[in-house]
Design a protein. Sequence first.
Length: 206
Amino acid sequence: MTRRPALLVLDLINEIAHPDGKYNDVCLDQIESRGVLGHARRAIDRARERGVPVVYVVVGFSPGLADWPPTSPLFTEAADGDRLILGTWGTEVHDSLKPETHEPVVAKRRVNPFLGTHLELILRSYGVNTLLLTGVTTDLVILSTAREAHDLDFGVEVLEDATATSSPELHEAALTLLRRTAEVTTVDAALGRTRDAGENETEGKE
């Protein structure tokens, strides 16, 4: 079967991935030490270069928090100081990874990006059969997306160097679980190296 991938950029939003974000204590140190934003940028550039669809997913809640889960231990703090409010700076994609005009941005209200969203509809309309996952955190949205996508009959490739969570130990534990339903790979292995100006145009083609 011909591999027809789409790149998913998951929860790399200001609230989490920017020093001024209200959730900068979750995994920003790992995002920075692992160079996640740079690796995700390379994945986006390479996907665009190859004509691979790029789809962004951001987590957040409506103003007033009508769709906020009050019993969730994960999202408890979201109601404190209006964190993760859709339409605000905090839930915008990090400036270094900004979507182009035609690239969809899907807002989700839970960990699973398929739950209550039109993500699957977008992916089916693109005709893709393989999802390349980047973003944070490895143990939550990456793991949840991989499992759900697996059950929806998508192939899944986790671009490990473009993911992170709160600690190296938790990241590795999540990768162990991810290998049950996904391939764990890298940006360069999944998408090839980004061509420099003037480089041979045949590089990286399959």
